[in-house]
Design a protein around this ligand. Structure first.
Ligand code: NOJ
Length: 546
């Protein structure tokens, strides 16, 4: 029996603000989200990750927090939140929230006090420099939109450090009082019933920055403190880290299983886009082969699209250029010199076969899959919106006014609805796809339900199998409950591969999920066929009672 729920979870990421408005003010809220829980339960996801829910000026979509101990009044009350968590649990859905403690909003009372009074007890909660730092134009996360990491504050008479925008001053993690406060924030939300946190900007949280010290030290053992708190307060809670770092650093975040239990696999994400762009599985095979072995209790999280740009920063210039050419050829589709600010369906030319293959591939790569809201119906983007807002438009429930998201006047909506064209809500919406058994939504539901029967993908040991064809990826999974094979054809042409009998095969293989009805493969796996962008999940063994 697997007691680690997060290894068999499907995480669904949403922003309460853009999901469902219940009171007609143009902003999504907890009551609205609660009314959509049946939809989410039926979809087959098991854990909801909420983008920031706290009050703040909302200049970085909620990642600029002004009070960590309540919810943004636009989204409802703490009571609405507690009711939502309860109703989610009734349907077997867990909830995790964003933990944004690398920085606060500059409007947070802590920063207001720190800047206005050198004697304030909050002064040392932030990172200051009396002298102008020589490195203040280095280390920007949003190049092109942000031009420094140290900003002069007239009121404080000093420079303050901010890894992100200048309205997000970094907290000083070297200060024990700040660390104690972070523990209190986590404990507060665990007490309200969340199953853990998505840890925003993890590498910067543990970075101890000082002016003119360009190579800030990352204090990995600080991560143990996070884990300890979780263990004491809620043993089964998780921390899912956002850390887009190189291979050499990754294991530090897991420790020996005593730091962060989960990390987004940014390496695999970038390799998957490269593989899709080139119709070549090689970048994925090499990434999987080079992946470090992680402690048994730890887990990767896989994703295709999230709420940010597709960050291709870890690819070589040549590789990135191939991805741009395939998926974001126009300047307006690109962002920060390294990424693409589009949703998946438009990136893949709304080609249904290719979309299915891409999701089937993501959901069978090693780890726990994370799905962004709206991807299940193939929503598009609005490139007229600034930066990452392009992919943050309201959920499209119906083809009617405001896509069924809100009854407010169009100009009162928190963000415009996508209208007209291939991705307008008139065409792409839940209601229409509900009625159509061949819709993408139905397909995603089927895939998620089948995934529940194939826990090997989440918990098994994964090995790539040589297919002799660079366009075809074959992954072999072995777990106590069984053995599975996942095949994906990244090209648009038919393929036939010779795989031979695979370790762990017992009896006749059973096709669990595929893009079409194929001839049975037979246990020797000879002449295995795949249509263009075809995929097959084949069970090679099932061990009952395990
Ligand atoms: C990472 C988040 O994913 C992004 O949306 C945000 O802008 C930065 N952290 C700053 O919090």
């Amino acid at each position: 029996m697997n007691e680690r729920w997060y290894k068999q979870a499907v995480i669904y990421c949403l922003d309460v603000e853009t999901f469902q408005d219940s009171d007609g003010d143009g902003v999504g809220d907890f009551a609205g989200l609660t009314s959509r829980l049946d939809y989410l339960a039926r979809l087959g996801v098991t854990c909801l990750w909420l983008n920031p829910i706290h009050p703040g000026p909302n200049r970085d979509d909620g990642y600029d927090v002004a009070d960590f101990y309540t919810v943004d009044p636009r989204l409802g009350t703490l009571g609405d939140f507690a009711e939502f968590v309860h109703q989610a649990a009734n349907r077997g859905l867990r909830v995790i929230i964003d933990l944004v403690v690398n920085h606060t909003s500059d409007q947070h009372p802590w920063f207001q006090s720190a800047r206005s009074d050198p004697a304030s007890r909050f002064r040392d909660w932030y990172v200051w420099s009396k002298e102008e730092p020589s490195d203040r134009r280095q280390g920007m996360v949003f190049p092109g939109e942000q031009d420094e990491t140290w900003t002069w504050d007239e009121e404080a008479g000093a420079w303050y450090y901010h890894r992100f925008y200048n309205f997000q001053p970094d907290l000083n993690m070297a200060n024990p009082d700040v660390r104690a406060e972070v523990r209190k924030i986590m404990a507060f939300w665990l007490q309200l019933g969340v199953s853990g946190f998505r840890m925003d900007a993890a590498p910067f949280v543990i970075e101890l920055t000082r002016a003119n010290e360009p190579d800030a030290r990352r204090e990995y053992p600080y991560l143990n403190e996070f884990r300890e708190l979780l263990s004491w307060r809620r043993g089964d809670a998780i921390l899912l880290a956002e850390a887009n770092v190189g291979r050499d650093e990754l294991l530090e975040y897991f420790g020996s299983g005593d730091r962060l239990p989960m990390m987004f696999n940014f390496v695999l994400n970038q390799r998957q886009f490269l593989a899709l762009a080139r119709s070549d599985a090689t970048p994925l095979v090499s990434a999987l082969e080079a992946a470090p072995t992680i402690p048994d209790s730890c887990q990767w999280a896989t994703f295709l699209r999230n709420h940010d740009e597709v960050d291709l920063g870890q690819l070589s210039e040549r590789e990135r250029a191939d991805c741009f050419a395939a998926f974001g050829p126009e300047k307006n589709m690109q962002l920060y010199g390294r990424g693409i600010r589009r949703r998946l369906a438009p990136m893949l030319g709304n080609d249904r076969r290719r979309l299915e293959m891409a999701y089937s591939l993501q959901f069978t790569l090693p780890g726990t899959p994370v799905l962004r809201y709206g991807e299940e119906i193939g929503m598009g983007d609005d490139l007229s919106l600034k930066e990452r807002d392009a992919i943050r438009t309201p959920m499209q429930w119906t083809g009617e006014t405001n896509a069924g998201f809100s009854t407010a006047a169009a100009k009162a909506l928190c963000r415009p609805i996508i209208r007209g064209g291939d991705f307008g809500h008139e065409t792409v919406n839940v209601q229409a796809q509900r009625r159509d058994p061949s819709s993408l939504l139905h397909w995603v539901e089927r895939m998620l339900h089948t995934l529940q029967e194939c826990p090997e993908f989440g918990v098994g040991r994964c090995q790539s199998v040589d297919t002799g064809d660079p366009a075809v990826l074959a992954l072999h999974y072995e777990a106590p409950g069984g053995v599975m094979l996942a095949l994906h054809n990244l090209s648009d042409r038919r393929r036939t591969v010779e795989l031979g009998r695979q370790p762990g095969t017992e009896g006749e293989p059973l096709e669990m999920f595929a893009d079409q009805a194929y001839e049975p493969v037979g246990s020797e796996l000879k002449g295995v066929k795949l249509a263009g962008y075809g995929y097959r999940w084949i069970r090679l063994r099932e061990t009952l009672g395990r």
